[in-house]
Write a protein that binds this ligand. Structure first.
Ligand code: SF4
Length: 117
């Protein structure tokens, strides 16, 4: 099972979500890799997270996006579908050109919308 699938299953199986500062230990990976996996799943709109405190430390509580909460609009920038959906590349969001191009497309759309208002 791919680490993304394993992560998604683990979070999905937990009723109230999983704290990020526990997730990487549960997955037996390091925290940096865990962050990359989380970013990838968030970019694919499969999970979301909110600020939280766990064991006195600031972290995030991560939950899966329920089907009724899914909005494919969030995965679309114009005609461009999120490059992260189904992506199997070694993920480094900070330097990913595909992601940057997609985000720039969203920015352009926002500017067009503002001009139209
Ligand atoms: S498109 Fe880039 S940021 Fe998105 S999952 Fe693939 S490698 Fe990661």
């Amino acid at each position: 099972m791919e680490i993304e699938d394993k992560t998604l299953k683990l979070i999905g199986d937990s009723k109230d979500g999983v704290y990020q500062n526990e997730l990487w230990k549960m997955l037996e990976i390091d925290s940096r890799k865990c962050s990359r996996v989380i970013t990838k799943l968030m970019n694919a709109n499969l999970i979301y997270r909110e600020s939280a405190v766990n064991n006195g430390a600031r972290t995030y509580l991560i939950k899966v996006v329920k089907p009724e909460e899914e909005s494919f609009d969030l995965l679309l920038a114009g005609e461009m579908f999120s490059p992260c959906a189904g992506c199997r590349l070694a993920c480094q969001p900070e330097i990913c050109e595909l992601l940057s191009t997609w985000i720039n497309q969203i920015k352009m759309e926002d500017e067009v919308e503002k001009d139209e208002e």
